[in-house]
Design a protein around this ligand. Structure first.
Ligand SMILES: [Zn+2]
Length: 299
């Protein structure tokens, strides 16, 4: 009897893992915007199958819905910004998008009272904790997967991004910064068995001390501090606790890429290779992927 129950439980897990998911109950979070420096409140709500991921700017009273999809990306300078046709926008969406991808949330409604997703600690771990707190629910509809059928590559000077056919989602990333504290790092990863939480989610965004004045004078990173970024000085990491991973920098670039690629509108089965790349190339990659229907299929 017990064996039969266990058998059906396993069938249930296998079956449901292929179904779309949302969160089980509403949850909220507050924090400051990295670039604007203003306090932002955000509330996540469950959504029905095929709803997708949508931001609702509840500080605006009309035309305030912005779908999180690659074709709505309007700015990729320092972070990823999406806008609707009426010009309402939300920026710095990539860490939240990354958490949603890592935890397999297909459908969710995100109410936000300002133009920027809060930066929290500079990683996606607070969003992961928030989704864990809400817990997930399975929806009665199969998830569609975006299967890459051809190699797609986008280059810019010595940076590049690539997607290749693969029967799951894998990432291979390499960075090379002119700082002896960062320099060359590479990381390969397959997203399986919940390793997003342990290997990627807590890797923080980073910046260089030498760039801080330039960013501030351009009205950027106004909310940035040692509480929400790793700051790399000339000879040492300025955060008193140091790094969370020896290769935290490249892990954060992977976190960003997972978030940007989730703007494809479905989980990807493909092999992603990033080389010194960022938000801009990630978006160009999705644009060239969707430019030709022979590049992909839904399974
Ligand atoms: Zn980031």
């Amino acid at each position: 009897m017990l064996k039969t129950a266990l058998f059906f439980k396993m069938i249930d897990i296998l079956y449901n893992s292929k179904n779309q998911q949302t969160i089980a109950e509403p949850v909220s979070i507050n924090g400051i915007g990295l670039h604007s420096g203003v306090d932002i409140a955000m509330k996540l709500y469950p959504a029905e199958a095929d709803y997708g991921i949508k931001f609702i700017r509840n500080d605006l009273n009309k035309n305030n819905i912005i779908e999180a999809i690659w074709s709505n990306v309007t700015n990729t300078k320092l972070s990823t910004t999406i806008s609707n046709q009426n010009g309402a926008s939300v920026s710095t969406i990539e860490h939240l998008m990354s958490a949603l991808s890592g935890l397999h949330i297909d459908n969710i409604k995100i109410e936000i009272d300002g133009p920027e997703v809060p930066i929290m600690d500079g990683s996606s771990i607070k969003f992961v904790d928030l989704i864990d707190k809400a817990s997930t629910q399975n929806l009665n509809k199969r998830r569609k997967i975006l299967k890459i059928k051809k190699n797609i590559k986008v280059e810019n000077n010595d940076s590049s991004v690539e997607l290749k056919p693969n029967n799951q989602f894998s990432i291979d990333f390499e960075i090379d910064f002119p700082s002896k504290l960062v320099s060359k790092q590479s990381c390969q990863l397959q997203l399986v068995n919940g390793n997003y939480k342990t290997d990627i989610a807590s890797a923080r965004t980073f910046g260089f001390e030498r760039d801080v004045d330039m960013l501030r004078s351009n009205g950027l990173a106004l909310g940035g501090s040692l509480d929400n970024a790793v700051v790399v000085g000339e000879s040492k990491i300025l955060n008193s606790d140091g790094l969370r991973f020896k290769d935290e920098f490249v892990r954060h670039k992977i976190l960003d890429s997972i978030g940007d690629l989730y703007l494809a509108g479905a989980p990807i089965h493909g092999y992603f290779l990033g080389n010194k790349s960022g938000h801009h190339l990630n978006n160009l990659l999705l644009r060239s992927l969707f430019a030709d229907k022979d590049n992909y299929e839904y399974i």
